[in-house]
Design a binder for this molecule. Sequence first.
Ligand code: NAD
Ligand code: ZN
Ligand code: ZN
Length: 387
Amino acid sequence: MKAAVFHRPGKIQVDTVDDPRIEDMSDVILKVTSTAICGSDLHILRGSVPQARDMIMGHEFMGTVVEAGHGVTKLKVGDRVVVPFPVACGHCFFCAHGASTACENSNPEMYGPNGDLLKEKGGGLFGYTDLYGGYEGGQAEYVRVPYADFGPRKVPDAMKDEQMLFLTDIFPTGWSAIDWAQLKGGEVVAIFGSGPVGLMAQKAAWLNGASRVIAIDPLNYRLERAKMVNKVETVNPHEQDPVEYLRSITEGRGADVCVDAVGYEPERDVLDKLKAVVNFEKGSMKVLDDCFRAVRRNGTVTIVGVYASPYDNFPLHRLFDKGITIRQGQAPVHKYIDQLIELVAGGKVVLDDIISHTLPLSAAAHAYDIFHKKEDDCVKVVLKPEL
Ligand code: NAD
Ligand code: ZN
Ligand code: ZN
């Protein structure tokens, strides 16, 4: 079959590889009908999440069951499903407590309670390196899905792939960022990063009762998309200091909630890069720092952008003095997905309006290139094996 394969940093290309096979009685094999590229895939492309051997990329995918292991009871050949990005067993302590990304069984080689930097990760993730279980991903014609009675969800017949695909990751991720802040209604919510994850957090903020939603991003074309699809206010940090702006619209207090939907690889200047080298840090926590400065006293900062290193000069004093609450982590997709499918199927929210490019799987290398370099007004790419 054809698949988008990671070879080394900077090199992801479409190759012919072996078809996946059923390896455990709880597996199914899907024929992939749609898959997407995520900002998280860029961390692998850039080499900042290391991977030594070739690996099929992709943790956002959906498709049709073409084969089912004899232990699978809830799915049958022909079912059309969307698959949460965490690989989770469904019966360990964490799966039973709604924390599928901490699954104790899906990443036996690298699992560890300490969460140490180079080893001791959480549960497995599709197409996300040997550190996260070494599962082949879904940017391919076919993919093996373990624990098939727990992860995949059947898609309503009337819904098109594009309407449902983002339930694999980015809508539950944006939803987590807002749900963790427990809005009561009427909050000012500032969302740093207006990429796919930020755009989904904007949708979730409105659905949860925010009174104002402010999108912050240095790329004007992404802010334009945010204004168009989500009717949010926008700030470009090159033109206006977002912290000052947020204070100016809240009588000096700051936003009730700040969401970091950027993570450790933001746009950076030379000084910021130098600081990272001197301190042995990966990337930068400058966006998180903006969140801490821009949030009001007793406000909440939620972090869905990825962080992968400790940071010197972490502003603990500011967190303490302002009494800030922080929630963060990988999105527990399994916990939210059924409720979110209902929202989409019921017409309460539209997700496919963020798609800028639909391309054949064979164009994956080009798709990675434009999404990474933010060229051709690229916001979100959907890849189709059958195009
Ligand atoms: P993306 O790279 O397309 O979007 C990031 C956006 O941040 C870009 O639009 C960029 O211009 C903007 N940005 C850069 N510097 C900024 C700054 N200083 N201030 C404000 N905005 C800035 O990626 P994405 O797909 O939207 O993903 C965003 C992050 O979320 C990534 O770190 C990704 O790994 C992470 N992620 C986490 C989860 C999770 O479960 N927690 C799931 C999916 C993605
Ligand atoms: Zn993703
Ligand atoms: Zn588990």
